[in-house]
Ligand binder design. Structure first.
Ligand code: PRP
Length: 183
């Protein structure tokens, strides 16, 4: 049953789960015994990390980063502050950044530059959703789920004022709930 605050479902639970299974299978095939390190970007990625990791059938390790934007918004500044850094060294590791959504691409662009500086053997991105019309910097997402329209969405890790992350689908909120505010 759909949450009463949801206006329209953009990605159903079934669509998400079959895509996540497909992405997990591809990662398993591509990495084999090269033991990738999955790096989840908190908070949004925790749901995808949990589901994706259980669809990966090869040895894999996990770490998390938490970031926040400087100033009012990442979307305008593109400058990201690291709130929680990785626990593990990634030098000579095969790293896969796991993101729920790439919006402007500025967060990921910053993260990739930062992580590349630590000299991983490889660095790839798995993102469940991208918003191509909102993208401001080119991002190469090797493991890509869905391109969605630039509307504000919640669910499957995505929040509105920290709520709705636990919805198993992705949808738009009824507009009266956020009244024109962005995030
Ligand atoms: C979301 C998402 C990405 C970022 C993408 O996180 O998880 O990290 O925004 O936006 P961008 O492509 O425009 O940079 P958010 O800042 O909402 O934090 P959260 O995951 O803690 O909700």
């Amino acid at each position: 049953m759909t949450n009463e605050d949801i206006e329209r479902v953009v990605l159903t639970e079934d669509e998400i789960q079959s895509k996540v299974a497909e992405l997990g299978k591809r990662i398993s095939e591509d990495y084999g015994d090269r033991e990738p390190l999955l790096v989840g970007v908190l908070k949004g990625a925790f749901v995808l990390m949990a589901d994706l990791s259980r669809r990966i059938t090869v040895p894999v390790e996990f770490d998390f980063m938490a970031v926040a934007s400087y100033g009012s918004s990442t979307r305008t500044s593109g400058v990201v502050r690291i709130i929680k850094d990785l626990d593990l060294e990634i030098t000579d590791r095969h790293v896969v950044i796991v993101e729920d959504i790439v919006d402007s691409g500025l967060t990921l662009s910053y993260l990739m530059k930062n992580l590349r500086g630590r000299r991983p053997l490889s660095l790839e991105v798995c993102a469940l959703m991208t918003k191509p019309e909102a993208l401001r910097v080119p991002i190469d997402v090797r493991y890509h789920g869905f391109a969605i329209p630039p509307a504000f969405v919640v669910g499957y890790g995505l929040d509105w004022q920290q709520r709705y992350r636990n919805l198993p689908y992705v949808g738009t909120l009824k507009p009266h709930l956020y009244e024109g505010d962005g995030d």
